[in-house]
Write a protein that binds this ligand. Structure first.
Ligand SMILES: CC(C)(COP(=O)(O)OP(=O)(O)OC[C@H]1O[C@@H](n2cnc3c(N)ncnc32)[C@H](O)[C@@H]1OP(=O)(O)O)[C@@H](O)C(=O)NCCC(=O)NCCS
Length: 193
């Protein structure tokens, strides 16, 4: 037997895929383009989930995205948080996004949650929301509130898995009712409990 054949017959060790690392961070002041790209991807992927159409988002001028990034990158009122996948060659691909707004005194409002289909079911949304809650808790937030349309059963299941409960009979529940949206909330700190 030739050496080459012997090598071919030697069973190769099982391949272990190293899962790509995903990092969560606040958007930077100069990342209007990143914000625009993530928002357009989310609207193309889930057109009914956000109360805005892709055409409306495409019509937004660059200055509006730049301003949104600037205001979400600093301070205690607004936050954009993104998830980036570190590719094997070191490039960073944005794969998730959420925005938080403080409603004083005690509430964090969350909007625009989206995770790229290639990065789902790996805890990215969990980490995006947790990052926003840590940010909001520093200024006294004690509960997180968001709305989702009742037909979005995947998102509802995901929020329920994270301990969000549907509100009923509150002003916040009423606000969503006109859009067939359900209000969901959870206490901040529920994840650590
Ligand atoms: C909803 C969405 C953001 C979830 O993102 P994700 O990163 O896959 O969620 P996570 O991996 O952090 O999952 C968090 C929990 O929800 C559960 N979950 C996530 N997607 C789920 C689904 N489709 N069905 C049931 N449970 C689900 C996960 O299993 C996990 O629970 P566990 O820890 O008990 O296993 C993502 O599917 C998405 O972007 N969908 C399209 C846009 C959208 O609907 N956004 C919400 C607008 S309100």
């Amino acid at each position: 037997m030739h050496q080459g054949e012997a090598r071919e017959l030697t069973p190769s060790p099982p391949r272990t895929e190293t899962p790509a690392r995903i990092v969560i961070r606040r958007i930077r002041t100069d990342e209007g383009g990143v914000l625009r790209d993530l928002r357009l991807r989310s609207l193309a992927d889930a057109p009914l989930a956000y109360g805005q159409t892709l055409a409306e988002a495409l019509a937004e001028p660059d200055a509006a995205w730049a301003e949104a990034a600037r205001s979400g990158a600093r301070g205690a009122r607004r936050l954009w948080v993104i998830a980036e996948r570190i590719e094997p060659d070191g490039r960073r691909t944005p794969v998730g996004i959420a925005t938080g707004r403080r409603r004083l005194p005690e509430t964090l409002l969350i909007f625009s949650v989206w995770v790229d289909p290639t990065a789902r079911r790996r805890g990215v949304m969990r980490r995006l929301i947790a990052a926003a809650e840590r940010w909001a808790a520093r200024t006294g937030a004690r509960r997180t509130l968001l709305w989702t349309i009742a037909a979005n059963t995947d998102a509802l299941a995901a929020y329920h898995a994270l301990g969000f409960r549907t509100e009923s009979g509150t002003e916040d529940a009423e606000r969503g009712a006109a859009f067939a949206a359900l209000a969901l909330s959870r206490p901040i700190g529920a994840e650590e409990a």
